[in-house]
Design a protein around this ligand. Structure first.
Ligand SMILES: [Zn+2]
Length: 320
């Protein structure tokens, strides 16, 4: 589940800024350190289990979850968190099997609310109720494992300070930790186009999707790390947001190669979030949400490093 205009909204100002910085970079280079750490750290996380993205004819949620989990396991990434919306779980044996396959492979589950509302669109009380609705399924499927990790849908943490603080307080009282995000490249924006290109057997289209997915990943991972330098003065251990979609499942081996080439080491979510940066709260009302460094940059009016936006127009037009 995604909000197609999420990036456009969240990054509209940043993109304009990036363009203007690029255009004027010969005159006034922004005061941003760009040397990246040699051995950055990352925890992978997956949103929208058990039904991320579109389902192609003949495919199943179980196939996607099992294949994704098997790839993670083969790369010694047991314990990876997947954040669940249980809204359709009760009526759908395929979704139930998908969650079981994920857990059986040694992965973990956390909460992504029950039905994926936007905190900017509902009251704090309605939002808290929606989180509570997700709990019976999480408790039943996770067994004894720790499912008290929460990922905000759309990374929206509250468009008013009152809402932000109310939901944070509720999460704390109910024993949740917030699964913050430092890196994201909107991997789920490739999934619809992939489904269309598969249906049309458009090999050239699929080849472009693979190449542009990795190029966009590389660009936005660099951007996130540079944002951290502006927000925190240095890079911090990262949490990468991905989605449990057919295309990200297909691309995971190549994405892991890319991360290893860039020197990344993989750590569990709980280990990464031991870094003190995760205990701090930007405590700002932001309608469009964003990653943790986004929240600092946007609320403190700090400059974004220049970046190339994702190829949204081509993605939307491909294989139509
Ligand atoms: Zn989501």
């Amino acid at each position: 589940m995604r909000r197609t205009d999420f990036w456009l909204r969240a990054y509209a100002c940043a993109a304009l800024l990036a363009v203007s910085l690029t255009a004027s970079s010969a005159i006034a280079a922004p005061a941003i350190k760009t040397r990246l750490a040699r051995h950055p750290v990352v925890a992978l996380t997956f949103d929208d289990l058990p039904a991320g993205g579109a389902l192609s004819p003949g495919d199943t949620r179980t196939r996607i979850a099992a294949e994704l989990a098997a790839e993670l396991k083969a790369n010694h990434l047991k314990g990876t968190y997947g954040f669940v919306n249980a809204v359709d779980l009760g009526d759908d044996p395929d979704e139930q099997q998908a969650i079981r396959a994920w857990l059986r492979a040694g992965m973990n589950i956390g909460s992504h609310t029950w039905s994926h509302p936007s905190l900017s669109d509902v009251t704090a009380a309605a939002y808290e109720h929606n989180i509570a609705l997700d709990e019976p399924a999480l408790a039943a499927y996770a067994g004894g494992r720790d499912w008290h990790w929460f990922r905000y849908p759309y990374l929206e943490e509250g468009d008013t300070l009152a809402k932000r603080r109310a939901v944070r307080g509720w999460l704390r009282e109910h024993g949740y930790r917030i699964a913050q995000v430092t890196l994201t490249f909107n991997d789920d924006d490739w999934d619809d186009a992939y489904g269309r290109c598969v249906a049309r057997r458009d090999d050239a289209g699929i080849a472009w999707l693979k190449q542009s997915y990795l190029q966009n990943a590389e660009e936005f991972i660099r951007l996130g790390r540079e944002e951290e330098q502006t927000a925190f003065g240095n890079e911090i251990p990262n949490v990468l947001l991905l989605h449990e979609t057919a295309f990200t499942t297909l691309m995971l081996p190549r994405l892991l190669d890319l991360l290893r080439t860039e020197g990344f080491r993989f750590k569990p979510l709980a280990r990464v979030e031991r870094n003190p940066a995760y205990a701090r709260d930007p405590d700002a009302a932001l309608k469009d949400g964003g990653t943790l460094p986004d929240e600092y940059l946007n609320s403190r009016h700090l400059p974004y490093p220049p970046f190339t936006p994702e190829p949204s127009d081509r993605l939307n037009g491909l294989c139509n």
